[in-house]
Design a protein around this ligand. Sequence first.
Ligand SMILES: CC(C)(COP(=O)(O)OP(=O)(O)OC[C@H]1O[C@@H](n2cnc3c(N)ncnc32)[C@H](O)[C@@H]1OP(=O)(O)O)[C@@H](O)C(=O)NCCC(=O)NCCS
Length: 157
Amino acid sequence: MTVETRPATPDDAAALCKLSLLLGYETSAETMRHRIKALDKSGGAAVFVAVHPSDGVVGWVHITRQRRLTSDAFGEIVGLVVVPAFRRKGVGRVLLNRVMMWSESHGVADIRVRVQAHRRGAHNFYESMGYTLLKDQRVYHRHTPVPDADTRPTLVD
Ligand SMILES: CC(C)(COP(=O)(O)OP(=O)(O)OC[C@H]1O[C@@H](n2cnc3c(N)ncnc32)[C@H](O)[C@@H]1OP(=O)(O)O)[C@@H](O)C(=O)NCCC(=O)NCCS
């Protein structure tokens, strides 16, 4: 099956939202448009879409360049999803190849991805693509409301 990959543009927002819902993340098309534009400017991240000649966008992947005090820079896949009707047809593989090329061109040799424990299909996918299990982790979260920019206290670093 032929799919091509290209960088996502703000016009892909609606398609990306639909696919994000499959991962459990609900986002409006307008918010998604803003996020795609912001990523474009950041330079340390990219979103690629897989496009089928008649069905349009059938998958996307989001890769970021991570810097840590404790390791060399590495690439991190922070989202990857393929439309159910197009799974097991090589679309995920094509998207992974694209992020590998992006990582090489950004000087990072190591690519990581965190996958939720229940996503067994994805575990099999990454393992068959040559990824090996590095560690098991828990993800903690705390929400702190942030004041508007004009009332935010100034922090001296
Ligand atoms: C994981 C996912 C992206 C894989 O995409 P895909 O397009 O179906 O993957 P591919 O067709 O390129 O698969 C390549 C190989 O990976 C392995 N593989 C892929 N999905 C698999 C599954 N569900 N079970 C077992 N092996 C699997 C197979 O070896 C496959 O080759 P084969 O079909 O010739 O046997 C897709 O299933 C998906 O979107 N899942 C839901 C979202 C998700 O879990 N995302 C990952 C979180 S970051």
